[in-house]
Design a protein around this ligand. Structure first.
Ligand SMILES: [Ca+2]
Ligand SMILES: [Ca+2]
Length: 215
């Protein structure tokens, strides 16, 4: 059951990126002043597409142009670690259906395929990176699905829930609805974010992509 990442480049916006739920992660993303890249840095180092996934890197603290060579080297190494970790998560998604990915990596334990509490959930650690103080669980990574509420088994096709990826009709029924059961979804926008305390301040990397059960 193959899954692929959407090839189309999303029309994402710099602001209003996924917000954090440091304690537990859930899925539901919120926009606002506390959210993701917009909060953590004004400067986006690079925006490139990697294997169909949109990569967003941000830093705060010192502007990139002022970094010493050593700091820049260290920052690049950290970004590499974070990006690789996020890519591995997405690669793992591609080996399973949307419903399986959701059950394994959402914040709800009850739907874990092998029994409650046996699945990884939405948080993960990246060896070699220092967690941010606010990530009190020590995890750097978080996975976001387009759910309205953490406990939902429903995706939402509304704009705020698709991460700016311009994917609306998740169940391919020709309608945009506030609730679509996960089981009926053929497409699922996901965000995998890694954030950490870098040598120059808070850093984050996000990969955004669209999972598909179409093929
Ligand atoms: Ca689960
Ligand atoms: Ca629909």
């Amino acid at each position: 059951m193959g899954k692929r990442e959407c090839e189309s480049a999303p029309d994402w916006r710099q602001g209003g990126l996924p917000g954090a739920d440091p304690a537990g992660g859930s899925g539901a993303l919120e926009s606002g002043p506390e959210s993701g890249v917009g909060r953590e840095g004004g400067s986006s180092l690079l925006e490139v597409q990697i294997a169909g996934a949109l990569l967003i890197v941000a830093l705060s603290g010192i502007a990139g142009s002022l970094l010493s060579s050593a700091s820049l080297h260290q920052s690049n190494a950290e970004v590499g670690l974070a990006t690789q970790a996020a890519r591995e998560v997405i690669e793992e998604f591609r080996t399973m259906t949307i419903a399986d990915a959701f059950a394994r990596f959402n914040s709800v334990a009850q739907d874990d395929p092998l029994g409650a509490g046996t699945a990884p959930g939405p948080r993960f650690t990246v060896p070699g990176l220092t967690p941010l103080p606010e990530d009190r669980d020590g995890a750097h990574g978080q996975i976001f699905f387009p759910v309205k509420n953490a406990s939902d088994q429903q995706f939402s096709e509304t704009p705020g829930n698709v991460f700016g990826l311009e994917v609306w009709d998740l169940d391919l029924d020709g309608k945009v609805k506030t609730s679509v059961t996960v089981a009926s979804a053929r497409l699922a926008p996901v965000v995998v974010r890694v954030r950490w305390r870098g040598t120059t301040g808070a850093m984050s990397v996000e990969l955004r992509t669209v999972l598909s059960d179409e093929d």
